[in-house]
Design a protein around this ligand. Structure first.
Ligand code: NAD
Ligand code: TYD
Length: 349
């Protein structure tokens, strides 16, 4: 394993009010105060339906933290933020992140995920940012059959408008490294679970529905496989890639925890002590990827990183978090989300 080769100081985090970004900021400011004593964080977030400043309420008054509401596609704003805050490091979490929404309308996915990344790259290059980390996904690799794992060498074959927009962004990052010697790193992670995830994604959606004795809409035959990783393991991986990764490289992260959706749903119902009769099979997602599985041996070897949270322990803890944060769920499930839910699950409602 390498030793730390890079210490971020003035960090721009985009999309820091979302699920993973808010967990990352909390981790830096609460768990890494001693090893990163100089760090200052500027969080640039548009506050879409998925962005919620409440996710960071306990660090709002931390003098190392500030939030700016704004869009990563706004090149004037991004340029000013980089200059004014003397940013040396950018971590780009900001994205439209939900596959089902990308099937309903891919426009915001192209705008934020592709155009937004391009704006950030150009501004960061002009301002001589020292490190740019692009937070990406295993979904850019497409779908696996029964055997095998995604490695960093697996060809990109995205299947949804979401994953296509993420792959396009990754290719832009790659091209800036190649053409301009731009110091960027790409990380690709599997499905995250944990606190503060917007309840449109499988786990928080099913927890919220089961709690209200509403049906759990399982797509297709329920045998699609995802590899689940606790968000804290992903966040540690991103920090490890930033501090120990090599510019121009890609690092995969996974939880070594493959599960069929139906098995996960049953496990959840067991934990919640709810009946299996809540499970409802609904029409499959168009183009639904069958299986994701990650080979993270490069991250283990080069970053000294491996997932630490035991899945069943993490799942129980996550369920407990959602159960004791009902107000948070009620709040984020208001307005726009209700309209989306009725549209997406009308066959089920
Ligand atoms: P999320 O949807 O919870 O949060 C996205 C955040 O980005 C929100 O706060 C939103 O307001 C903000 N945002 C959206 N458009 C913006 C714009 N134009 N300008 C500024 N801010 C904007 O997403 P997440 O699950 O936290 O995912 C974060 C990143 O990690 C994404 O890039 C996603 O592709 C990637 N990723 C997610 C997972 C997962 O399982 N959730 C797995 C691998 C990779
Ligand atoms: P999701 O959380 O949307 O993540 P992703 O599509 O990025 O992997 O979905 C996880 C899995 O759960 C995926 O195979 C689709 C499935 N799924 C359902 O069966 N029902 C649902 O209502 C949702 C949201 C997802």
């Amino acid at each position: 394993m390498d030793t730390v080769r890079y210490q971020p100081r003035n960090l721009l985090i985009t999309g820091g009010c979302g699920f993973i970004g808010s967990n990352f900021i909390r981790m830096l400011l609460q768990n890494f105060q001693d090893s990163l004593p100089e760090i200052r964080i500027c969080n640039l977030d548009k506050l879409t339906y998925a962005g919620n400043p409440e996710n960071l309420i306990e660090i709002e008054s931390n003098h190392r933290y500030q939030m700016i509401q704004g869009d990563i596609t706004d090149s004037t704003l991004v340029k000013h933020v980089l200059k004014d805050q003397q940013i040396d490091t950018v971590i780009n979490f900001a994205a439209e992140s939900h596959v089902d929404r990308s099937i309903l309308d891919s426009t915001p996915f192209v705008q934020t995920n592709i155009n937004g990344t391009q704006v950030l790259l150009d501004a960061a290059r002009r301002e001589n940012v020292k490190c740019f980390l692009q937070v990406s996904t295993d979904e850019v690799y497409g779908s696996l059959g029964d055997e095998g794992f995604f490695t960093e060498e697996t060809p990109l074959a995205p299947n949804s408008p979401y994953s296509a927009s993420k792959a396009a962004a990754d290719l832009l990052v790659r091209s800036y490294c190649h053409t301009f010697d731009f110091p960027a790193i790409i990380t690709r992670c599997s499905n995250n679970y944990g606190p503060y995830q917007f309840p449109e994604k499988l786990l928080p959606l099913f927890i919220a529905n089961a709690q209200r004795d509403q049906s759990l809409p399982v797509y297709g035959d329920g045998k699609n496989i995802r590899d689940w990783i606790h968000v804290s393991d992903h966040c540690r991986g991103i920090l490890a890639a930033l501090q120990m990764g090599r510019a121009g490289e890609v690092y995969n992260f996974g939880g070594c925890c493959e599960l069929q959706n139906i098995r996960l749903t049953e496990l959840l119902l067991e934990i919640l002590d709810k009946p299996k009769s809540l499970i409802t099979y609904v029409e499959d997602r168009p183009g639904h990827d069958r299986r994701y599985a990650i080979d993270c041996s490069k991250a283990e070897r080069e970053l000294g990183w491996e997932p630490e949270v035991d899945f069943e322990f993490g799942l129980r803890e996550t369920v407990a978090w959602y159960l004791s944060n009902q107000e948070w769920i009620d709040h984020v499930c208001s307005g726009e989300y209700r309209e989306y839910y009725n549209r997406q699950y009308r066959q089920d409602s």
